[in-house]
Design a protein around this ligand. Structure first.
Ligand code: ZN
Length: 187
């Protein structure tokens, strides 16, 4: 990403919304916004294989592994406004498991770009399934969308929930029920 070019565009945006980009409080804003966008969209410039690299371990475990309450911060592709919340990832291992911190890194990788929550949820599920060749994967995500809270319908308290289930969690109702029950276990 060309931060200098993005900063120029932000300066133009400031003018168009009726601001004076040369007033003191805004002088460094274009550069700051460009830096911020470079970070928030960093997923475009990372490699998923490098993220997963060396964090997949052999294991005899074939039980269900769940990581709850992974923080999610993303940007909706319709309004370029944040949506944020929590994501829960569960999988049934075949012969491999992945480090828990990597589940958070995978979530960040797909969050740090323009997204819709539905696609984000299924991309995470697919990436986890591929990374460990899991028997089944389930991802549930609960997010608040600023594009709904600050504008449009202005529904401040609505939380959108999406889910994606693959493999045995998709085909087997009792495995899926176990996953959902484990998620409900605590709050
Ligand atoms: Zn939106």
């Amino acid at each position: 990403m060309n931060e200098k070019r993005v900063a120029e565009l932000i300066k133009e945006l400031l003018k168009e919304i009726g601001e004076d980009p040369d007033r003191e409080g805004l002088l460094a804003t274009p550069q700051r916004v460009a830096k911020s966008w470079a970070f928030l969209t960093g997923g475009y410039r990372k490699n998923i294989d490098e993220i997963i690299n060396k964090a997949v371990f052999e294991s005899e475990a074939n039980n269900m592994i769940i990581a709850r309450d992974i923080e999610v911060y993303s940007l909706c592709e319709h309004h370029m406004l944040p949506f944020f919340g929590r994501c829960h990832i569960g999988y049934v291992a075949r012969k491999h498991v992945i480090g828990v911190s990597k589940l958070a890194r995978i979530t960040d990788f797909y969050s740090r770009r323009l997204q819709i929550q539905e696609r984000l949820t299924s991309q995470i599920a697919r990436a986890v399934k591929d990374a460990v060749n899991a028997i089944g994967v389930g991802v549930v995500m609960e997010c608040r969308h600023l594009c709904m809270m600050m504008r449009g319908v202005e529904k401040q308290n609505s939380i959108m929930t999406t889910s994606s289930v693959l493999g045995e969690l998709h085909s087997d109702a009792s495995t899926r029920a176990e996953f959902l029950n484990l998620l409900k276990g605590k709050d």
